[in-house]
Design a protein around this ligand. Structure first.
Ligand code: HCR
Length: 384
């Protein structure tokens, strides 16, 4: 059992927040939560977690065979999980509620070249209701890109918040002979536990897959405490080719994973990560996360929640002009994007192009049980 960490004066607020979760449907991001659980970071910054091991991202291109590359993609993917799902606990003591991005919000970052090429990150908030974040990561020199989008659908049961991630990612690697290999990556389900103590943390559940157009399919099963090893954050993975398992792996995604039944280390998530570098705020455009939320974030950091909430309202008011678009449903937004007549109300994406059906997803999704045969996507058009 944990220890209650809710500040005394916020206890009543926390209890009523938890109670209100039970009646919440779908989108938790716009719910007002007590100040102690607020994070000063916008969700548009989260795609940076995909590349805090830029050396593993670039290393995918050095794989000599299709199997080698499929295994390197799996290794890189598993090593991103610790950053994605435990960073707030490590930095702020518990999972927190991130700032809810505004439509059109951007985030740019870079991992400088330290021998294997520079890696760049471009992010845009492409929908507000429901929140959807699109991202593109590229190491030009290595010839590796990752393009994806993520939204969340939340529900509450038995004291935990369950989060289903909508969206997917596609990793593309240039291989000798001028060809490209694509990998479709599905996103894990999350369970937010520890709410009653005021110190939420994430456990991953169910399974995800990485499907390559070379016939390799990796399946990753996630389990928490009390399963096989009895350890939190455990995974078991298999890599199969045309349905036949070629290798299996197991361990934890926060520390070590090994090739099954051997001592060969497959993933080491304890290796220091490289955080993304971001331009100084003075050089950022007005839509860039850290500039946009500067005063709100400062208020949260210093405990001046009144200032934080004033600034949040200011941002929300200043973006009223696009509320017609952002407050409409996803289907209405799809229609508006298609509908020439609504051009006046149309919200133009800046960095991405919306497609109703992602061709890579369509080609590879049939190898994964229980996912739709088609999904939409946001294709990167460039920063120009
Ligand atoms: C669910 C979550 C917002 C979404 C966050 C996502 C799924 C975003 C995409 C990243 O690639 C991975 C990722 C990691 C985060 O763990 C996850 C967040 C955890 C909490 C947050 C809720 C909207 C806030 C819940 C409020 C609680 C803590 C009281």
């Amino acid at each position: 059992p944990g220890t209650d960490v809710v500040p005394t004066e916020q206890k009543a607020g926390w209890t009523s927040f938890i109670k209100s979760l039970a009646s919440m449907t779908g989108d938790l991001s716009s719910m007002t939560a007590p100040p102690f659980i607020l994070s000063p970071t916008s969700l548009t910054e989260f795609p940076a977690y995909w590349c805090e091991r830029p050396e593993l991202f670039a290393d995918i291109a050095t794989g000599r065979t299709e199997q080698d590359r499929a295994e390197k993609v799996l290794r890189w993917f598993i090593c991103t999980l610790k950053g994605q799902y435990t960073t707030r606990n490590e930095k702020m003591g518990s999972e927190k509620k991130p700032l809810n991005p505004v439509l059109g919000e951007e985030f740019f970052g870079v991992w400088p070249d330290v021998g294997f090429g520079e890696t760049t990150l471009s992010v845009e908030q492409v929908s507000h209701h429901p929140p959807i974040t699109a991202y593109f990561i590229q190491n030009k020199k290595a010839g590796v890109t990752l393009q994806g989008h993520s939204g969340q659908k939340t529900s509450f049961s038995a004291g935990s918040i369950n989060v289903k991630q909508n969206g997917h990612a596609v990793l593309t690697v240039a291989v000798p002979g001028g060809k490209k290999e694509n990998f479709l990556i599905t996103l894990p389900k999350l369970q937010i536990q520890g709410l009653v103590w005021g110190s939420p943390y994430i456990e991953l559940t169910d399974s995800t897959a990485i499907v390559s157009d070379t016939g390799f399919v990796a399946n990753i099963d996630y389990k928490g405490k009390g399963w096989v090893s009895g350890k939190a954050h455990s995974y078991k993975a298999t890599l199969a080719h045309n349905g036949k398992t070629v290798r299996s792996y197991e361990g934890t995604w926060t520390a070590i994973g090994k090739v099954a039944k051997s001592d060969e280390i497959f993933t080491d998530a304890t290796v220091p990560k490289t955080e993304v570098s971001v331009k100084p705020i003075e050089e950022q455009n007005d839509w860039e996360s850290r500039k946009l939320w500067r005063a709100t974030a400062q208020g949260i950091r210093t405990g001046d929640y009144e200032a934080a909430s004033r600034d949040k309202s200011r941002i929300e008011a200043s973006i009223k002009f696009y509320l017609i678009f952002s407050n409409s449903t996803q289907n209405e937004q799809r229609q508006m994007r298609k509908d020439e007549a609504s051009a006046g109300n149309q919200w133009q994406l800046k960095l991405f192009q919306y497609v109703e059906s992602d061709p890579v997803y369509k080609k590879l999704a049939s190898h994964v049980k229980g996912i739709p045969s088609e999904e939409d996507a946001y294709i990167f058009r460039g920063n120009a």
